[in-house]
Design a binder for this molecule. Structure first.
Ligand SMILES: Nc1ncnc2c1ncn2[C@@H]1O[C@H](COP(=O)(O)OP(=O)(O)O)[C@@H](O)[C@H]1O
Ligand SMILES: [Mg+2]
Length: 284
């Protein structure tokens, strides 16, 4: 009996948050690194379906990470990074698109299986992500810098209660397809849509003061503190585009931006429906 009553109070605790976010959009970026385990993946997608059923409008942007590197390896293509960007020639770009499209199909299928409706989109469908070639210290090939976002097709899906599942490739003026950083794509779309929250799911607790120590989580961080953490090399590698994404989103009127541990069971629900919050919140 006691347990049943407990369950009811858990539901009631979520009520103010359901009221607050009902009818509103929340954008979730699901990283390559937090995608590897089937269990994590199912939890994340179930959370999205739950949100959808209580009237919240989730939008998912995903990356490909390890799967891209593995598929390139299978084809005998070496992965090389310049200034943190994956050097992407024509042959690599084909593998990138194939891999992302495959992941996208799987996610859409599973969301549908869990009972909500999802539609997969590539960033170049309907010119969602327009790009120009990214400049770096040497030619990095098909790596795009996002110049504008067309939110119309995304809005139309959320209005019909459909979860848009988008992968980060963009299109340039000549109609060429470019790879884009999924964190950046998420931020630009979040800002253009003015969503309530940007949540970046990854495979660490959040921003750590000492990347080797999971106990050193920074739970909230001011935008003005970020640059010195990058200069001190506390924030490095894949975490740099994530903090950049949070800043872009906040400057674009997104109310909250979080970096959340996808490995924690139902971390999205915990972050949205409880007061405590997990991970790192970045604020202006
Ligand atoms: N200060 C930091 N705190 C936590 N992680 C950091 C930090 N600096 C760098 N990182 C690295 O950033 C990684 C997350 O970025 P990335 O590997 O690109 O993940 P994703 O696939 O989710 O985009 C972490 O696994 C960690 O190795
Ligand atoms: Mg990354």
């Amino acid at each position: 009996m006691h347990e049943i009553v407990e369950k009811a109070s858990v539901l009631i605790e979520a009520l103010p948050y359901i009221k607050k976010f009902r009818g509103k959009e929340i954008l979730i970026k699901y990283g390559g690194a937090a995608m590897c385990s089937e269990e994590i993946r199912e939890n994340v997608l179930q959370d999205l379906v739950f949100m959808n059923y209580v009237g919240i409008k989730p939008i998912l942007i995903h990356g490909g990470g390890n799967a891209i590197t593995n598929n390139l390896k299978k084809k005998g293509i070496q992965t090389r990074f310049v200034d943190g960007l994956r050097v992407t020639d024509k042959a690599s770009m084909e593998v990138v698109v194939e891999t992302l499209a495959e992941i996208n199909k799987g996610i859409v299928h599973d969301i549908n299986k869990f009972g909500a409706r999802a539609i997969g989109l590539s960033g170049h469908d309907a010119d969602i992500l327009s790009v120009v070639k990214r400049q770096a210290s040497e030619d990095v090939g098909y790596v795009g810098q996002i110049t504008s976002v067309n939110i119309q097709p995304i809005k139309e899906l959320t209005e019909f209660n459909i979860i848009p599942v988008i992968y980060g490739v963009g299109i340039d003026q000549a109609g060429e397809t470019y790879n884009v950083n999924a964190d950046d794509a998420a931020a630009k779309i979040a800002a253009a849509m003015g969503v309530q929250k940007l949540m970046i799911l990854t495979n660490v607790k959040g921003i750590l003061r000492d990347p080797a120590d999971e106990g050193s989580l920074i739970s909230s961080l001011r935008v003005s503190e970020v640059q010195s953490l990058i200069d001190q090399k506390v924030i490095s590698g894949g975490m740099i585009p994530k903090v950049g994404a949070c800043i872009t989103a906040l400057n674009g009127e997104v109310k909250k931006a979080h970096i959340v541990d996808g490995r924690i069971k139902h971390s999205l629900l915990l972050e949205i429906f409880t007061d405590q919050g997990i991970g790192t919140e970045i604020f202006l």
